[in-house]
Design a protein around this ligand. Structure first.
Ligand code: GAR
Length: 208
């Protein structure tokens, strides 16, 4: 059984997709051990509560400096003893100590086709604003392992979504969530839980 901890910051629709996929058997061999939010008001915390999953808030606002927050975050994760940490819209830079402690055991969902519209400054709606400004005809989402860069880790899954002529950042965001994120994030977790994902020479190898 793969024990996962899901880290969130906002609405938690990706968390909901994971919960639903575990309940429906789309994700097998997996237990959601806990949910961590950096934002006390995140609706994701409510979703966790409704699903009966232990949920805690670790907010930078409660610590006098970033090092103390980072320490508390890592301690909270460690206490839940996860095999895999899932960043599902977690808008916090992961401390290096945590990346080292969980090498190839942290995954992230990003709302574009990496390496486009990713890296420092590209999160949430900003990703879709960037895509529309550039005029790309295709965008999408990526699930990747987290390394010490920003959105630079080995890519596990990607799914493309067409950009429409009349798209707004919000409309594109919603369609990418529905058509890509809510599918590939649960799929990646299921593959990891069933031993199908390996990292070799910095790249992901999948055995179906
Ligand atoms: C999602 O679109 C996710 O891909 C994005 O934040 C949103 C969270 O939505 N993550 C990033 O931009 C990370 N760089 P949710 O809280 O409804 O799952």
């Amino acid at each position: 059984m793969l024990k996962i901890v899901v880290c969130v910051s906002g609405g938690g629709t990706n968390l909901q997709a994971i919960i639903d996929a575990v309940n429906s058997g789309t994700i097998t061999n997996t237990e959601i051990a806990g949910v961590i939010s950096n934002n006390r008001n995140a609706f994701a915390l409510e979703r966790a509560k409704q699903a009966g999953i232990p949920a805690v808030c670790v907010s930078p606002k409660d610590y006098i400096n970033r090092d103390l927050f980072n320490e508390a975050l890592l301690k909270t994760v460690n206490e839940m003893k996860p095999d895999l940490v899932v960043l599902a819209g977690f808008l916090v830079t992961i401390p290096v100590e945590m990346i080292k402690a969980y090498e190839n055991r942290i995954i992230n969902i990003h709302p574009s086709l990496i390496p486009s519209f990713c890296g420092v400054g590209y999160y949430g709606l900003k990703v879709h604003e960037g895509a529309l400004e550039r005029g790309v005809k295709i965008s999408g989402a990526t699930v990747h392992f987290v390394d010490d860069g920003t959105d630079t880790g080995p890519i596990i899954l990607q799914k493309a979504v067409e950009v429409r002529r009349d798209d707004t950042p919000k409309a594109l965001q919603q369609r990418i969530m529905e058509e890509a994120e809510w599918k590939i994030l649960p799929h990646a977790i299921d593959m990891i839980a069933n031993g199908k994902v390996q990292v070799k020479n910095g790249k992901v190898v999948i055995t179906e």
